[in-house]
Write a protein that binds this ligand. Sequence first.
Ligand SMILES: [Zn+2]
Length: 651
Amino acid sequence: MVKLGELERLGTDGMDYLVLGVEVRGFEDLSAQQRVLAYYLYRAAVSGHAVFTQQSHRHALEIQTLMETLYLHREHLAPEQAEAVHDYLKYLWVNHGQYDHNSHAKVLPRLLTQEMLSDAAGRASLAGADLDPAPGEEVAGKLRRLQPHIFDASVEPLQVNQKPGDDIVETSAVNLYAPGLTQEMLDGLGAKWASRVNVRFDLEDGKAVPRLYRIGGEYSKDLETVAFFLSKAADVAEDGEQEAGLRALVEFYRSGDEEKFREYCVHWLRSNTTIDYLNGFIESYKDPRGVIGQFEANVSFVADSSLIDALADEVLYFESRMLWPKKYRRTKINKPVANVVRVIVETGDAGPQSPAAYNLPNYNDLRRDFGSKNIVLENIEGARSQGLEDAARNEFFLPHLREVHRKHGDTARRWIVYMHEVIGHGSGQPEPDLGEDPGVLVGRAYSALEECRADLVALYFMGDPKLVEIGAFTAQDQPEIVLASLVRYLQGMMMSYRSVEKPQVREAHRRGRQLVLQYLVNGGEDGNEDYGVQVVQRDGDYYVDVTDTVRARQGVGKLLERLQIIKSTGNATAAADLFERLGTHLDPDIHRNIRERAARLKIPRHTAFVFPRLIPEIRDGEVVDARLLSDEDLTEQHLRFSRLRQNTAIN
Ligand SMILES: [Zn+2]
């Protein structure tokens, strides 16, 4: 049976997650060699999936494995136990552990209780299930040890804590730092370790001890399996740069030498292939310091990229029109590589919850010297439930803005994504004698600042005539598209309040969007301006209204300039203050109102994706071809991923 589109919903009234089966058209049009390459990269991606789970919390994988074992023995459990275990398990899969992927707050089981868990464990043990207690530990002892991490909301409540004034290392539950480790101990290691991406910090005798992610080190067996499949992929790579990149990546996993990862990045930037992939410790949203990378991987192939490519041709045109001081504008930019792709699978930090696009690498010096690659995931960006979208528009958009949103919302969204990636992230340059990477200097607010900056570039240039010239849309439609992009962006942010429990946002992209919304509504930082954007109330419900797109653009430009100066000068205090003041806290009334309306409409807060699987065709022990099948639901997919962990068998 083909499983595409809406597969299920999770949570009370299905309001937590919409689970969508991702459609991947065109795989059969690739060559056999490309399909084989995709197969090996797919296996490499899946082999690292659990690495991210282990990074998420030190007990995350253990808890997930325990629940999977119970689920696999479900015929021996009471029906309500089996259901409760299965329900919790889906949350663990979707979030890679006990913490919400977006809010970083701990999620308690919805149906499962301590009593049910211990009874279920007893029944499963009797039926022969191996619940794998630690050496010298009974199953009951294991449950006692894990109990606070599953059921107690007050134990390690936040996976990532970035509250100013707190010791963010000590108070974040993420497994990048051992419990008890403090910022001060970390600082004791010196600058060498401060910017390292592939490391976990342990605690021994009151001292921080770095443990590298590598074969023979942290996550050894998982990374060995990843490297095994990457080597296979290198043998069938499409061009020399892709092959060299794959070999450098294998070396990186062997040695833990970050220089090898940087080599991989350069080869990846230079390669120009149909099949593309990511694999490594890439984004740092789960690190309160914003430095250590979380494992993620994907495999994709190029779809029609002509429009985004035309935008990339004009990157210098846009850079020269940035509002910020000239010394922070780049005068020479390599044309960025910009691709629209269809993604086959995403794992780790990138799946089952996925961004719609990315711009890599993250190393600022590599971006400066070699440029960056912008990838838009066409089949993720366009994935939706049409019925839900119509209902949401009618509920959350002011009547006079609905039509413009219906007509141009998709185009606006696509071009916000294109510009965010292609001319946003890559823009600007630091103060010439800054000495240190702005990301390191700005510190904890950097991710939010960078996402916000890229969004603002997109909003600022939506009305630029160049977009008409390259064929993005017609001059006649442009004014409405400008309005649609502002409305979609700002009202979309307000709508997203539905997915946070407390009236505050922590995730970087959301903090960025909240800053833009508040800044425009407030009339700048001091509230002295009118930027033509208001929050209005109609029959008790809150809406964003955009009454003047010209003024709104001025506000967008002003904030953009401010953020670029903060970034270029590495001003950590200014960044932290600005986001604390305008990019963190939500109006409690609006927050409550949005959540009530979303509850009435039963709109799920998040989307999780199920990907197809690749079936290899094997001749004389060699993979000679692969075909793609979309026949799994969330549960089947994740049980298979778990079976494939540390597994090099071809199947
Ligand atoms: Zn971004």
